[in-house]
Design a protein around this ligand. Structure first.
Ligand SMILES: Nc1ncnc2c1ncn2[C@@H]1O[C@H](COP(=O)(O)OP(=O)(O)O)[C@@H](O)[C@H]1O
Ligand SMILES: [Mg+2]
Length: 601
């Protein structure tokens, strides 16, 4: 495993996978619901044949009327027959719609679940390569296109095939030459729809791409609305959005142009056939070769043929869309997480785990500078402080321990095992991680704290909140622990959010606690209180605290100073004051502000 991160953003239009590969994605659903499908398609075919019988009944009536040989009772009998057939057609049409459209929804559901659980398994670099807009397009547009192809597309294809073949057989049965003449425009129609479908596919891909751009743009604008307002960028953003929207509409109109062409052309071809029947077939009636009834039936059949002919163009179009989307879904599903794919057997965490980093060098991508270089570090029980300037690699170190990014073999050991030989989830189960940016959900305070242990009791939640020094403030909220927070509820301050995130981590009771700058917005006195709590609770456990506050660092057992991805110094507070200029200067700035000011002035 030399390359740590797969190639950067893939091609916008992924190469077309083999058809068999794409259809394989659908196979499980087709197999599971085969009875439903078989029932639906049978009903569909029966409906087609029943419909074809009606012109034959009308032919009997017309011929009888023309010869004046038909009685009132015969007419009534024919009419009753038509009614019975019509009712059967209506019933069976309901049956196939219910069964096949239902099937397409079931297929969509299983594909959606597959995509979603695949996404959940992906590593962090994957989410840096794919924007949320891209991923949302997969789960809305692409799924809808596949569902459409497997529902409406399947129905129209089966219907068009059965209908056209059967109709042509019935027409041939009446008069062979007339049938061939009436069908003359049809090959032209087939050729035309084929060429249009090719163009349509191309334009549709553009529409999909622009939709994803648009979604991503509006999403990021809404998320960063405060920033946009603070910089009074509303007008600029609106203009950018309008321009994206204009391009999206333009591409959609280009698609509509072609879609609009398909149906008029098909109708025109049908009407040309009608002209031929009127002219040639009419003469056959005059010369007595065809009966009046045959003539009327023939016209009904040709009218019935127009829809399947249109459907062929239309099916080509939905199938094209479906395949384009299926191809994108396929590429999503074959993208692999670069983390080791070792099945997690749910083993309970170790009580006293330790990490050892042996010459760890890490790059986010092959063409980037290393974010960490030559790190040798043992992280066992005790409180470890990590400090260093912004961009020195502190967060990267925490993320690697939490197994968010893939690393080459032989650099990180968990106990005496290379982490690449362990299921990533097993390693993660040991770590309660508090990130730089606390992520809270639109839910109650209690639910946010209990995220990692939904089964936690009320007492446990309160205890965790108390250890994170946030219990009092939660009780002051309008509904205490039941207060809704986040987008639809109470807004919390940065420090409160951070302490909630800490309470969440503490509740997990995991043997390792990693706080990546997670107390930066908490005031110093509260931080002290939290730290004292940690000392007590985590006496024999492992705590890793990333911080730039000397007061905090001085309380830890051992401090590591990072600079440009390398360890420049490690040791106790007093040792570092003597040995590290970087640490010394941080100390001077924070602990002796007046000295710092004098130096600055
Ligand atoms: N997701 C990422 N992709 C590429 N480079 C990154 C990523 N995250 C961080 N970096 C780079 O890695 C280096 C270390 O960053 P980081 O670990 O976040 O530093 P710190 O937490 O000490 O501020 C920086 O140069 C930063 O630009
Ligand atoms: Mg950081």
């Amino acid at each position: 495993m030399e390359t740590i991160s797969p190639d950067r953003p893939g091609p916008a239009r992924p190469n077309r996978a083999g058809l068999a590969q794409l259809l394989n994605l659908l196979r499980p659903s087709f197999t599971r619901h085969r009875l439903r499908l078989a029932g639906g398609l049978t009903a569909l075919i029966v409906v087609d044949f029943l419909q074809l019988i009606i012109p034959r009944i009308i032919k009997h009536g017309v011929d009888g009327l023309a010869a004046l040989t038909i009685s009132r009772d015969d007419l009534l009998r024919l009419a009753m027959l038509v009614i019975v057939i019509a009712i059967a057609v209506a019933t069976l049409r309901f049956v196939w719609r219910y069964l096949i459209f239902g099937f397409s929804r079931l297929l969509e559901e299983s594909l959606r679940n597959r995509i979603f659980s695949h996404l959940l398994r992906m590593d962090a670099p994957f989410f840096e390569r794919h924007t949320p807009g891209d991923l949302m397009a997969h789960s809305s547009n692409d799924l809808a296109a596949v569902q459409m192809a497997c529902g409406m597309g399947l129905v129209a294809a089966a219907d068009a095939l059965v209908m056209s073949v059967a109709t042509i057989i019935f027409m041939l049965h009446i008069h062979v030459q007339l049938t061939l003449l009436a069908l003359l425009p049809m090959p032209f129609l087939a050729w035309f729809t084929r060429s249009l479908a090719g163009r349509l596919h191309h334009r549709f891909t553009t529409v999909q791409e622009q939709f994803s751009l648009l979604t991503e743009f509006s999403r990021s604008a809404v998320i960063s609305i405060r920033l946009i307002k603070a910089y009074t960028m509303e007008r600029f953003q609106a203009a950018a959005m309008a321009s994206l929207g204009r391009q999206y509409v333009k591409s959609n109109i280009a698609v509509a142009f072609i879609q609009g062409l398909i149906s008029p052309i098909a109708t025109l071809a049908g009407n040309l056939g009608m002209l031929i029947i009127l002219f040639v077939g009419g003469r056959l009636v005059i010369t007595g070769i065809l009966t009046m009834g045959d003539f009327v039936a023939f016209i009904s059949y040709l009218a019935m043929l127009v829809w399947p002919m249109m459907a062929i163009g239309w099916v080509a179009n939905i199938v094209q869309r479906g395949l384009t989307s299926l191809n994108r879904i396929h590429h999503l599903l074959i993208s692999q997480s670069a983390l080791p794919d070792i099945a997690d057997r749910g083993e309970p965490p170790l009580l006293r785990p330790s990490f050892s980093l042996r010459g760890l060098t890490f790059k986010y991508a092959p063409d980037l500078q290393p974010a960490l270089g030559d790190i040798d570090l043992e992280i066992g029980p005790g409180i470890h402080g990590i400090t260093g300037r912004t961009g020195s690699g502190k967060s990267t170190l925490c993320r690697l321990l939490a197994r968010l990014y893939p690393v080459p073999d032989g650099l990180i050991y968990f106990g005496d095992r290379d982490v690449n030989t362990l299921p990533p989830a097993f390693v993660r189960r040991h770590i309660a991680y508090v990130g730089q940016e606390p992520i809270l959900f639109s839910d109650t305070v209690a639910a946010n704290i209990a995220l990692g242990r939904p089964e936690a009791t009320e007492e446990e939640i309160i205890e965790a909140a108390r250890s994170a020094a946030i219990d009092d403030e939660i009780r002051d909220l309008p509904d205490g622990y039941a207060t809704l927070i986040g987008e639809r509820g109470v807004k919390l301050s940065g420090g409160q959010r951070q302490r909630l995130a800490l309470a969440r981590a503490l509740l997990c009771k995991r043997p390792v606690l990693v706080i990546d700058d997670g107390l930066s917005a908490v005031d110093v006195a509260t931080e002290h209180e939290v730290f004292a709590g940690l000392r007590q609770r985590f006496a024999d456990r492992t705590v890793l605290i990333v911080s730039n506050r000397i007061k905090m660092l001085s309380l830890t057992d051992r401090i590591v100073v990072l600079d440009e991805g390398r360890i420049v110094c490690a040791g106790g507070h007093d040792e570092l004051l003597a040995a590290s200029t970087l640490y010394r200067s941080m100390y001077d700035k924070q602990m002796r502000p007046q000295a710092g000011e004098e130096a600055g002035g």
